[in-house]
Design a protein. Structure first.
Length: 255
C-alpha cells in the first residue's frame, strides 16, 4: 500500500493529484472506475511534458476522498496550479439548489447566487453567499457556473436569453447544468459554449432533497473530460457517486 512517507502531495493537473516520487520524478494519482461501480486508485509516472507513462502502482479505493496523500506540498516546475477555492456562479436556489450551494460554501468555495425570486437567494446570504441581481451578474468572471432551475424552458432562458450565461461568462469558464433536461438541449448548450470559448457539462442528479442536504447526490456527467476534472471538486462537495458518462448529453441520457 502507498504510504505517506513515500511521496508528497503537490498541486493538481486537470483535477488529478500530482505527487513527487522518492527518486525525484513526478506521478499522477487518480481514481478510475472498474466493474460493478467499484473504483481503484492508479499512480502513473509523468515525464517533463506531463505525459503519463506506465502504471507505477494500483490499489483499492478505501472510500475516502484522498486516502493516501500527505498534506505536505512540493511544487514541480511543470505542474500547473489547481484551483483551491473556486469562484462559482450558482443559478437556481430552490429547495435542492439552496442545499447544494450551501455545501459548496462549506467546502470553502466563493459562491455567487441568483434566483428569480430574490428572497430564496437572500436566504443563503447568512451562509456566506453573495447575492446577485441578474443571471449575467452571477455568471460574469466565475471559474464555474452551475444551474439548477425548474424546467428545460428555464434552462434555455438562463443560457440563451439576453444577458444570459453564454453572453456573460468569461472565456475558460465551465458551465454545469444540473437540471434534468433532454440530451438534445445539453448538446445545444455545449456547442454554443464551445463557440464562445467556454466548456459545458450536463450533470443531472438523483437523491432528492435529502441527498442535496447531506451532500450525497448521485451525479451523472456528460461533456469534455478536462472540464469534468476541473469541476470534480465541486461535484464532490455536493455528491458521493459521481460518474463521467461520456460526451455532451450522456449525463442526461443516463438519467
Amino acid at each position: 500500500m502507498l504510504s505517506e512517507e513515500r511521496f508528497y502531495t503537490v498541486l493538481r493537473i486537470d483535477g488529478d493529484y500530482a505527487v513527487l516520487l522518492p527518486d525525484g520524478g513526478a506521478a499522477l494519482i487518480y481514481r478510475r472506475y472498474i466493474e460493478d461501480d467499484a473504483t481503484e486508485w492508479v499512480m502513473r509516472r509523468l515525464n517533463d511534458d506531463n505525459e503519463m507513462l506506465s502504471d507505477v502502482e494500483i490499489l483499492p479505493d478505501t472510500g475516502e476522498n484522498t486516502p493516501i496523500f500527505s498534506p505536505k506540498r512540493r511544487k514541480l516546475p511543470h505542474v500547473r496550479e489547481r484551483f483551491e477555492n473556486m469562484k462559482i456562479g450558482f443559478i437556481g436556489t430552490g429547495i435542492m439548489g439552496a442545499s447544494m450551494a450551501r455545501n459548496l460554501l462549506k467546502a470553502g468555495h466563493e459562491v455567487f447566487v441568483y434566483n428569480r425570486t430574490r428572497e430564496k437567494a437572500e436566504r443563503l446570504r447568512p451562509d456566506g453567499a453573495a447575492v446577485c441581481g441578474s443571471v449575467g451578474e452571477c455568471a460574469a468572471g466565475r471559474d464555474a457556473v452551475i444551474t439548477v432551475v425548474g424546467f428545460p424552458d428555464d434552462v434555455r432562458e438562463v443560457y440563451f436569453g439576453a444577458g444570459g450565461i453564454l453572453e456573460a461568462a468569461s472565456p475558460g469558464t465551465v458551465l454545469a447544468d444540473m437540471t434534468t433536461t433532454p440530451p438534445s438541449l445539453a448538446r445545444e448548450i455545449a456547442q454554443a459554449a464551445q463557440a464562445r470559448g467556454l466548456s459545458a457539462l450536463d450533470a443531472p442528479v438523483t437523491g432528492g432533497d435529502t441527498g442535496a442536504q447531506a451532500g450525497t447526490l448521485s451525479i451523472m456527467v456528460g461533456g469534455d473530460r478536462a472540464a469534468f476534472e476541473k469541476c470534480l471538486p465541486l461535484f464532490e462537495a455536493m455528491g458521493k457517486n459521481i460518474r463521467h458518462m461520456g460526451e455532451s448529453g450522456c449525463g442526461q441520457q443516463t438519467k
